[in-house]
Every structure is written in C-alpha cells, then in structure tokens.
Design a protein around this ligand. Structure first.
Ligand SMILES: Nc1ncnc2c1ncn2[C@@H]1O[C@H](COP(=O)(O)OP(=O)(O)OP(=O)(O)O)[C@@H](O)[C@H]1O
Ligand SMILES: [Mg+2]
Length: 271
C-alpha cells in the first residue's frame, strides 16, 4: 500500500526544549503524500510549516512518531546526502542558499558533487548551461558573477536552475515567491509547474497564501499551532471550509482573489 507514497507520516511531533520552556512546533500530525502530488502547507506565521518541511528534508528529526520516505524510515539511507539527492528545497531567502564568495556558475557546478557518478567537466558545463536556459537566463549573463550582483528574483531562478540540475524526486518550496514582484512570481510558479511536468516531481509548497495554494496544489493542508486542522482538494477546502482557521485564512484574501476562476482554467492559462 505504501508503494506509491512518497511520504507517510504517522503521529509525528517535533518538540524543542524541555519542561516549561518546551515548544511543540509540530503536534501529532499524520498524512500521506502520493508520488507526483503537489501539496500546499498553509497557515499563519509560526504554525509549524517550516519545521514540518525540515522533517521531510531530514534537517529535523521527529521527536515522536514515524516518518517514511518511499516506504522506508527516512533515516534508513544512512548518509543524509542520499536523502538530499532525492529531496531538494527552495527556501524563503535565496541568498542564504548560495555562498557569497563563489561565483554562481561555480556553485551550480558544485551541485554535481551530490551525484553518485559525476559527469565529465565538459558535460557539467553543458548541463549548467541547459539549466540556466530552462529558467530563462542566458548563461553569459551570469558568467563570473557573484550572488550579490544579482537581484532577488534572479537568485530565486538560480535556485530553480539548481533543481533542474539535481532533478530530485521531491521538491520542498518554502515561500519561493516571497522576494519577487507579481510578474516574476507568476513566472516562477510557471517554472515550478514546468519542472514538475518535466521531472515528474512531487512538490510540497509552503505558503501563507491560501489563494496561491488553490491554484497550484492537488491537496491543501491547513496548519494551526502545529496541527493539521483540515486537508483536502483545493475546491473543497476553499469552497466548503470546515475549520474556523480555514475560514479565517479565506477572509484574509484580498478582494481581487474573490472571483476565483475555476482552477483547471487558471492552470491551463498559466501553461
Ligand atoms: N530550532 C528551533 N528551536 C526552538 N523553537 C523553534 C525552532 N524552530 C522553530 N521553532 C518554533 O516552532 C514554531 C513553528 O515554527 P516554524 O518556523 O515552523 O513556523 P512557520 O509556520 O514556518 O512560520 P513562518 O510562516 O513565519 O515561516 C515557532 O513557534 C518557532 O518559534
Ligand atoms: Mg516558515
């Protein structure tokens, strides 16, 4: 049964600290993420989205409960690098994911270190070029450039280029559109969708914005105080919300989102 599941969490929690100072960041959640599914984790600041995402990335361990990846305990692969080859992340701040003292190109080339079988230097150069073109950057544009010489939006596209190189099974995208304007934001989402199609990835999308989640996901998980309080297909969660938390999140959406175009049409239009 677990065969086609990417992740299966059974009553997982993550507690920081002890005694009176203990903070339960993720509180007894269970879920199953299918292969090639796009999940959105939605909730207010501090509700536990990033901590949950970090457990999927194996950057945090559950304090309690069981977390399976491809049907096996997430720690089964031993070396965490084996996990990171398959599960990659795009974080809120793209600058924090790149070293300021090395050129972008060298850092993209360094991604190949995670590979079991490293390609030849010529092939690495070629694959870096392909990845840049895939995110609409002319390779010459970034030649010799350092991260601080690029804009936030360009850096976010560099992160996507790295995903294109690594071709992970799962992508965890934690507010990947936070640093860019609305226009680039739409194109980043478009790239994410393109990557999903080309690489048949499973995507876990972390956001405050339930409107955005509605357009991109197959399933929405609403989080509140460490718990998943509601989950389901976007149409159910947004049109027939069951939990008060979901209702409040929907009320926070600016009016422009109110007249929602049917999701299928929006997705088709974005292609
Ligand atoms: N390393 C840590 N040590 C102690 N507490 C932590 C740690 N990491 C997170 N927390 C706490 O866990 C809770 C959930 O944090 P988390 O970063 O997952 O929130 P979030 O939903 O991602 O919020 P945001 O939308 O602002 O990014 C918060 O109360 C936070 O202070
Ligand atoms: Mg967060």
């Amino acid at each position: 049964m677990t065969e086609h599941l990417k992740f299966e969490a059974t009553h997982i929690s993550r507690v920081f600290g002890h005694g009176k100072k203990a903070v339960t960041a993720v509180d007894d959640v269970s879920f199953a993420i299918k292969d090639r599914e796009i999940i959105s984790l939605v909730g207010q600041s501090g509700c536990g989205k990033t901590v949950l995402a970090k457990m999927l990335l194996r950057l945090e361990q559950p304090t309690r409960g069981e977390l399976l990846f491809n049907g096996k305990p997430i720690t089964a692969t031993g070396d965490p690098r084996n996990h990171w080859r398959q599960v990659q992340a795009v974080f809120q701040d793209p600058f924090s994911c790149f070293n300021q003292f090395f050129t972008i190109r060298n850092q993209l080339k360094a991604s190949f270190r995670l590979f079991e079988k490293k390609p030849s230097p010529a092939e690495i150069e070629e694959r870096v070029d392909q990845a840049l073109l895939a995110v609409n950057i002319k390779p010459r544009e970034i030649d010799g450039k350092f991260p601080f010489e690029l804009s936030g939006g360009q850096m976010q596209r560099m992160l996507l280029a790295r995903i294109f190189i690594l071709k992970p099974q799962v992508l965890i995208a934690d507010e990947p559109t936070s640093m860019v304007d609305a226009c680039s934001r739409a194109s980043i989402l478009d790239y994410l969708m393109k990557l999903k199609e080309e690489l048949s990835m499973t995507i876990v999308f972390v956001t405050h914005d339930i409107g955005l989640a509605y357009y991109v996901s197959d399933s929405i998980y609403i989080m509140h105080k460490g718990k998943i309080v509601e989950q389901g297909p976007p149409d159910d969660v947004t049109q027939r919300p069951q939990s008060d938390v979901t209702k409040r999140l929907l009320e926070d959406i600016p009016d422009v989102h109110r007249e929602w175009i049917p999701r299928e049409a929006a997705v088709a239009a974005a292609r």
